[in-house]
Design a protein around this ligand. Structure first.
Ligand code: PRP
Length: 212
């Protein structure tokens, strides 16, 4: 019987996360990139990984279907999930930014249109600036929006900057730094205290070691 269920998002953070667990001596021998399996047990049958869509990680953890999760701060901010964010894992670094055409200025427009995969993040950012916006929720290829007149600007993650550059867009404003976070279900934090606390401590020592 597994004691701890970990929600892992498919994609960017997948291999980083598995490497981090490997450094703790926790390995998932059945995990292969091409597999269609969604549940993996570690050798000792203490930990179980459930592989989910990255944007669903906060939901699995908030609802207690997973005890802990590894998730980008971007996804966490957008979800607004009621979970404990216990550790910045340091990997998966990128940033949230407003981007648009190089000559774009907010000017005197009464309302600007913002396309984003992260409408809540966009709304919060502009709300703090005292600006009202109309958000258009997209699910990908967001850079297209200002190019074909769907929106004035986009709020998106920028990692290498290549996607913006190749589409003739620039960062207009930085919003916040992003990296992978360890999140914990609030009830699990109380009921599985020992196991979860030691996992957090071990992960923290790896993060600190890698920063040196
Ligand atoms: C993300 C993001 C940008 C791109 C930024 O998209 O939405 O499009 O990566 O990365 P870069 O600065 O290194 O170019 P993702 O790759 O997740 O694809 P998507 O558009 O299908 O969501």
């Amino acid at each position: 019987m597994n004691e701890i269920t970990i929600a892992l998002g498919k994609g960017r953070l997948e291999s980083f996360t598995l490497q981090a667990f490997k450094k703790l001596g926790i390995e998932f021998p059945d995990f292969t990139k091409d597999s269609r399996k969604l549940i993996f047990n570690d050798r000792e049958n203490i930990y179980q990984i459930v592989l989910v869509k990255a944007s669903d990680v906060p939901t699995y953890v908030e609802k207690g279907a997973a005890d802990i999760g590894i998730v980008g701060k971007d996804t966490l901010l957008e979800s607004g999930a009621d979970v404990f964010e216990v550790l910045d894992l340091g990997f998966g670094q990128c940033k949230f930014a407003v981007a648009g055409l190089p000559d774009y200025t907010y000017g005197s427009a009464s309302k600007i249109t913002v396309a984003s995969k992260y409408p809540n993040v966009a709304r919060n950012f502009y709300h703090k600036k005292g600006m009202s916006i109309e958000t258009i929720k997209l699910n990908g290829s967001v850079e297209l929006a200002p190019l074909i007149g769907l929106s004035d600007v986009i709020v998106d993650i920028v990692e290498t900057g290549t996607t913006l550059k190749e589409n003739g867009l620039v960062v207009l404003e930085d919003i916040s730094e992003i990296s992978a976070r360890l999140i914990v279900n609030k009830a699990s934090f109380k009921t599985k205290t020992d196991r979860i606390h030691s996992l957090i401590e071990e992960m923290q020592s790896i993060v600190e070691r890698e920063m040196v």
